[in-house]
Write a protein that binds this ligand. Sequence first.
Ligand SMILES: Nc1ncnc2c1ncn2[C@@H]1O[C@H](COP(=O)(O)OP(=O)(O)O)[C@@H](O)[C@H]1O
Ligand SMILES: O=P(O)(O)OC[C@H]1O[C@H](OP(=O)(O)OP(=O)(O)O)[C@H](O)[C@@H]1O
Length: 185
Amino acid sequence: MQGRLIYLMGPSGSGKDSLLQAARAPLEAHGCRFARRVITRSAESVGEDALGVTPDEFERLQGEGAFALSWRANGLAYGIPREIDDWLSAGQDVLINGSRGHLEAARQRYPQLLAILLQVDEAVLRQRLLTRGRETPEQIELRLARSRKLQQEDRERTVILDNSGPLQQTVSRLLHLLDEARQCA
Ligand SMILES: Nc1ncnc2c1ncn2[C@@H]1O[C@H](COP(=O)(O)OP(=O)(O)O)[C@@H](O)[C@H]1O
Ligand SMILES: O=P(O)(O)OC[C@H]1O[C@H](OP(=O)(O)OP(=O)(O)O)[C@H](O)[C@@H]1O
């Protein structure tokens, strides 16, 4: 049986990286795989277990068909390595850090994907992004504006996961909802 693609998405600062890190061990214990993204972001500011490449390298990799999914946002290019298709074919679930803007295209390639939207209100987001300190205040405002624009898309087929409370609570909710979704599959 084909594994399931779990597509975690949400505004900048909603906690995707934190959640992926915190949920990694318990999910790996259940056989779930995690894709390492390829991003045209400098190594120092990657902030997640991603491979930082130059725009030229990204183009070359894309031309070679190295990515199962890829998109551009926030002035950056992001790629999900093709190896996720091997994992899915082997029946393993795969969790990726996705893009709201790319969800429709991702659904076309993976009709069974489970979309999870991580949600936090905007004042908290702004504060978390400023504290994280990876982007400039101007870049943060651009990310918040993008989030407002993307807010309404594809809501009815998306599971909402709130991350306004403690991270550990969100991890427990994620594990619970993945269990439930597995039973419905
Ligand atoms: N539940 C939470 N409570 C408090 N701070 C959080 C929580 N989740 C994430 N953060 C913090 O918010 C900031 C943004 O989180 P991050 O995981 O980088 O978000 P994203 O990957 O969605 O942009 C980080 O500094 C992180 O430590
Ligand atoms: O279409 P959107 O939902 O806005 O997403 C656009 C991109 O922004 C996020 O990446 P990135 O790690 O650069 O940003 P973040 O950690 O601040 O969310 C997300 O994972 C997407 O790759």
